[in-house]
Design a protein around this ligand. Sequence first.
Ligand code: SAM
Ligand code: DTB
Ligand code: SF4
Length: 331
Amino acid sequence: MTTQTIEFVRPKKPSNTPQRWNVEDIEALFKLPFADLLYRAQQIHREHFDPNAVQLSTLLSIKTGGCSEDCGYCPQSAFHNAGVENRKMLDLAEVVKAAKAAQDAGADRFCMGAAWREPTEEDMAAVVEMVKEVRALGMETCATLGMLNDEQTEQLRAAGLDYYNHNLDTTPEFYGNIISTRDYQDRLDTLERVRRAGLHVCSGGIVGMGENLTQRAGLVAQLANMNPYPESVPINNLVKVEGTPLAELEDLDPLDFVRTIAVARITMPTARVRLSAGRQQMSEAIQALCFLAGANSIFYGDQLLTTGNPDVERDRALLDKLGMYPFAEKH
Ligand code: SAM
Ligand code: DTB
Ligand code: SF4
């Protein structure tokens, strides 16, 4: 029975100014027969992107561990004992070296992440230099530093930062189960400041944290209803790290992860939907389904922030096997 699909065919929008989605409509997308959902997502994907091109973004943790927030999933929180060694901020030279290596390996975006609730003035001065130097290499720059005020977003804009990553992580109704040290509204406020400063927004979330389907749909609704919605949408599968409160959760059914990618693609047609954390634990077949569902970006390089990611050779081999190629090499 495939007639359900018809209800969800929506008029093509020229840009990422979205229509409003309600949670029920998004939940209904999640419940479509798998093939109908993927077909719809693939159609939308092909309207807006080369379906075989994938964007490669390399992460670097510029400041690791000892974070004052209590995010239940995160090995870097000082509230948990995940065995992450606290390290002071990397030097400019170390960051530039890592960015050059990432560029040589074929990455086109370099994302600098820090385990901060928010950066201090001193932190900002160092990050601004990093952004300038990485940009000078000809790479797209991204940073994820926690909450920002207006002055800080302006500093990053002036330094030439292209994207700012700040995730909503989950739906407002489930958020309190995961984080207590800052509010959902704090996240929305930071994203609003980032947008107002003229930076591109990278915002997504994590699935597999014990949320139910309505709550998963609620996360997608929050993202898709931003006006405009984020240019980059990382969908992370929870990486369960021993010592964090979420370590013992049951695994999400991998097909439900694929569905989340498809629903993100349908509701945010022009966004780069990133198949993000959790790839190391995922089979190649599931990754291939994620690409079919409309994922067109990955984290590239053998390390995320503190946990592992498939190595470059393995990813290149997978892309070759699928007849896919890095976006930057073809466009
Ligand atoms: N401290 C900053 C913040 O929270 O905004 C920036 C770095 S923080 C590690 C960036 C994002 O990584 C989080 O918002 C979360 O979505 C993701 N993340 C952290 N730990 C994760 C895990 N174990 N599994 C999946 N995603 C995770
Ligand atoms: C995002 O959405 N995922 C990345 C990035 N943005 C900063 C981080 C994933 C972290 C996974 C756990 C770790 O390696 O510490
Ligand atoms: Fe800190 Fe970010 Fe980890 Fe939360 S997700 S504990 S803010 S590093």
